[in-house]
Ligand binder design. Structure first.
Ligand SMILES: Cc1ncc(COP(=O)(O)O)c(C=O)c1O
Length: 415
């Protein structure tokens, strides 16, 4: 992957870009929201469409010269409709957060009520955290996972909703390893006359491939990021029914955004085409099988997994019992030194700080893209355990680093 044109102008940035490619090639990317987009998606995102202003929607733009922008956006929309079976799709949100913002802006007034999952239990900042605009503009209460099982406490959610009477219930999570029961949440929303936003940011690819049940046609709104498990261009997406189509479109533009990032929309179109191929279904199924294998391996090494395992692309380990003297941050740092990049994460019942929480979250989307199978992921579990068992032992870290290099060489990337 060369950056010759950048190098001619700016060798410092070219060096950083090349170092980043090397970093991704030679280390294990296990941040659950990350993936390795194809060269086709990367080329589309690095295209001349970055120059184009296309405010508005296909066939109805505020500027001339939009014929190719229209073509690309229509392809992205049609492919997303086919992938998800959605009636209406908006592919312009700059990110998953902006997709959520569009739904809130379209449907809520300041002071309206949001009921969403607590951040420490797997929720997301854009679901009502005080540091996010949602926590400042709306009245927010939060539901939790069952402390015994780690699964969403659906009965608790129903009771909470009956008491709080929210205007919108948000489902879909950042650090929740289990299948989400959309219909159950929809019933709760119907019972209290609330809207339902299902945010599939993390599992967009799993839903598209049919390896996780879909909330499309169940929830009123489905939002997502387009660069995580679905591995397409970077950004967000909103799906809804014809009933809310105009509200959502005006909330994205001009409500919350200016000109769409048309180069990213092109990346979405290309990535969605890839996701319509039968191989993508295999990829998504392998991602889940790999996460299961990783989880089994970590459990065998004594790690305590929130909910006891996984149904999707990620595992969340609570280190408090198995490694009481090691915080999530300590583990993250030592693992990064060994070439395994994942993130410290809060866990249900968190007792440390959000800046240095008690858990680690590990995902398999990027490893699976570069060809890892269940055996490889069991080996990765062994390596993670070796490092977290001895986070200050430089010789262990050096040995694991060598093993990581071997795994990376066997599963090459961007050759
Ligand atoms: C559930 C959920 N929603 C929204 C987002 C935000 O996505 P983005 O980074 O595309 O804004 C994330 C990010 O990980 C997420 O996990």
């Amino acid at each position: 992957m060369d950056h010759d044109h950048v190098r001619e102008v700016d060798p410092k940035v070219a060096d950083a870009l090349e170092s980043e490619v090397d970093r991704q090639r030679s280390t294990l990317q296990m941040i659950a929201s990350e993936n390795h987009a194809s060269r086709a998606v990367i080329d589309a995102q690095g295209s001349a469409l970055t120059n184009k202003y296309a405010e508005g929607y296909p066939g109805s733009r505020y500027y001339g010269g939009c014929e190719y922008a229209d073509e690309v956006e229509e392809l992205a929309i049609d492919r997303a409709k086919e992938l998800f079976g959605a009636e209406h799709v908006n592919v312009q949100p700059h990110a998953g957060t902006q997709a959520n913002q569009a739904v809130y802006f379209a449907m809520l007034e300041p002071g309206d009520k949001i009921l969403s999952l607590d951040l420490n239990h797997g929720g997301h900042l854009s679901h009502g955290h005080p540091a996010n605009f949602t926590g400042q503009l709306y009245e927010v209460e939060q539901y939790e996972v069952d402390p015994e099982t780690g699964y969403i406490d659906y009965d608790g959610l129903a009771e909470h909703a009956a008491e709080f009477e929210p205007d919108i219930i948000v489902s879909g999570y950042s650090a929740y390893p289990r299948e989400i029961e959309w219909e159950r949440i929809q019933t709760v929303a119907d019972d209290v006359d609330a809207l339902h936003l299902a945010d599939i940011a993390h599992i967009t690819g799993l839903v598209a491939a049919g390896v996780h049940p879909s909330p499309v046609g169940v929830a009123d709104f489905v939002t997502g990021s387009t660069h995580k498990t679905i591995r397409s261009g970077r950004g967000g997406i909103v799906m809804t029914s014809e009933e809310f189509a105009d509200d959502i479109d005006s909330a994205v533009f001009p409500g919350g955004q200016g000109g769409p990032l048309m180069h990213n929309v092109a990346g979405k179109a290309v990535g969605f085409k890839e996701a319509l191929e039968p191989e993508f279904e295999e990829y998504a199924a392998q991602t889940v099988a790999n996460a299961e294998a990783l989880g089994e391996s970590l459990s065998d090494h004594g790690f305590s997994l929130v909910s006891g395992g996984t149904d999707n692309h990620l595992v969340l380990a609570d280190l408090r019992e198995s490694h009481p003297d090691t915080s999530g941050g300590d583990a993250e740092d030592a693992l990064e030194e060994a070439g395994i990049v994942l993130n410290a994460n809060t866990v249900p019942g968190e007792t440390r700080s959000p800046f240095d929480p008690s858990g680690i979250r590990a995902g398999t989307p990027a490893l699976t893209t570069r060809g890892f199978d269940e055996d490889d992921c069991r080996t990765v579990g062994d390596l993670i355990a070796r490092v977290v068992d001895a986070p200050e032992d430089e010789s262990v870290i050096a040995e694991v680093r060598d093993e990581v290099r071997r795994l990376c060489d066997e599963n090459s990337l961007y050759e």
